[in-house]
Design a protein around this ligand. Structure first.
Ligand code: FAD
Length: 418
């Protein structure tokens, strides 16, 4: 069976891997000159199933408003009218309550833990190097309100039997001693020992190269224009280089997925949420953190990637604009420096912006699209690196007519057709 994978981000390359494993003849189409060059390029590197959860949380609208009013606001909305953005924001607001948070979080947890197990299996099957580091993650809280949200997360983790420890400030410093020098108040933390980190760009590139050796075809530099539909069935994609036909087609186009499937009457509620990252050299390995840290107050994730520190965060609802703002870089560096003032060369940090393909409720959208021959692997939001292997294995199973290994409740497009 010939299967097309549209997009070679971390989601597309892992989809290709699982389809190839199941015996498909796989062809991947990508407009850039290599794999993992868009959102999968400079993300925070966190492989963090334990805190995978929706940004639509109780109290979040107020928190966002407060953040927008701060001097160096880490959150920004464009005021230009955009019907798509307004629709998405309305859907997001409807999810910002405790019952919906619990449902959405449990769905994301189900996928994310499965995904890390899949990644570990993939690592045993392939010789990939991508600065993988299994040191656990500290979710840091600076206020009592954040600690309360942490307690809510801890309850969900306990109900799912996921290892975690609720810590006070001293406990947090014992796990990551370089926090002793932090200049901010630490109110508490949640330690998630089974989480990890790694470079998703290096992973995507290495996996694509390995797959090419195994016979998977990657067509880089090829822009996909639209899907080909014949007698009610998707039979491939029209590209700038001509039509490419297949028995099945998987859309793994990140933020571009809605645009491609819209002409078929499929409304994907995926909207880009812009974020920034810095990557800075470690100058003193003993003064720089080894445990990944999620600073919940500023929503910034900090990972050690070999001899570099990667920190990413900020949230801007500004459409598909990926321009860099000096203020964004300064805000990010200020927040990271307040946690880790030493051992990192902030002067030589490189700066990047990317667009998280967000669904309003949180979970990604997997499997059948409703149009025969077309499958979705989209909307991975702020957890796409964490979820890529699991979601791709699920989609490959569905394309192959197999039953996925985890419950698909709430993970398909059907949840928006209530
Ligand atoms: C600041 C930031 C920090 C993040 N931190 C984390 C983290 O710590 N942990 C985590 O799990 N996730 C994180 N994420 C989220 C994660 O990076 C994304 O969810 C993930 O990269 C999405 O992968 P993707 O393959 O769906 O999209 P992409 O990587 O964007 O891949 C889509 C591909 O489709 C191609 N494409 C699009 N349109 C066309 C077309 N017309 N023709 C041909 N090709 C096309 C693009 O070129 C691209 O290569 C972060 C994201 C951001 C922005």
């Amino acid at each position: 069976m010939k299967t097309l994978v549209l997009g070679a981000g971390v989601v597309g390359t892992t989809t290709a891997y699982y389809l190839h494993r199941l015996g498909h003849e796989v062809e991947v189409i990508e407009r850039r000159d290599g794999a993992g060059l868009e959102t999968s390029f400079g993300n925070a590197g966190g492989l963090c199933p334990s805190f995978a959860g929706p940004w639509a949380a109780p109290g979040m609208p107020l928190k966002v408003l407060k953040m927008m009013l701060q001097k160096n606001a880490p959150v920004r909305f464009s005021l230009r009218p955009d019907a798509e953005r307004l629709r998405w924001a309305r859907q997001w607001l409807r999810e910002c309550n405790a019952p919906r948070f619990r449902v959405n979080k449990a769905r994301m947890q189900r996928v994310a833990h499965y995904s890390l197990a899949c990644l570990r299996e993939l690592m045993a099957d392939t010789p990939l190097r991508f600065d993988y580091h299994a040191s656990g993650v500290l979710q840091l809280f600076q206020t009592e309100a954040e600690c309360q949200l942490g307690d809510m997360s801890a309850n969900t983790l306990a109900s799912l039997d996921i290892p975690h420890t609720v810590l006070d400030a001293e406990g947090a410093r014992a796990i990551e001693p370089t926090l002793q020098r932090a200049t901010i108040n630490i109110a508490g933390a949640l330690h998630l020992p089974s989480d990890a980190s790694g470079d998703s760009h290096a992973f995507s590139q290495a996996l694509a190269a390995w797959l090419q050796q195994q016979g998977v075809r990657f067509r880089y530099g090829t822009d996909i224009q639209h899907l080909i539909r014949e007698q009610g069935r998707v039979t491939g994609a029209q590209t700038a280089a001509g039509p490419i036909h297949a028995d099945a087609t998987v859309v793994a186009l990140g933020n571009q997925a809605p645009r491609l499937v819209a002409p078929l009457g499929i409304a994907l509620p995926v909207y880009p949420l812009k974020g920034y990252s810095i990557t800075a050299p470690v100058t003193d390995p003993d003064a720089a953190p080894t445990v990944s840290v999620m600073d919940e107050h500023n929503k910034i994730m900090i990972s050690r990637l070999g001899n570099r520190i990667r920190a990413a965060g900020m949230a801007e609802l500004v459409g598909h604009d990926v321009s860099l703002s000096a203020a964004g870089k300064a805000t990010l560096i200020r927040a990271v420096r307040s946690l880790f003032p030493h051992g990192i060369d902030y002067e030589n940090a490189s700066f990047w912006a990317g667009l998280r393909p967000m669904t309003p409720d949180g979970p990604s959208i997997l499997g059948e699209s409703g149009v025969p021959g077309l499958y979705l692997n989209a909307g991975h939001g702020s957890n796409g690196w964490t979820q890529a292997c699991g979601t791709s294995r699920i989609v490959a199973d569905i394309v192959s007519g197999r039953t996925p290994e985890i419950d698909m409740e709430g993970l398909t497009i059907a949840r928006y057709r209530r």
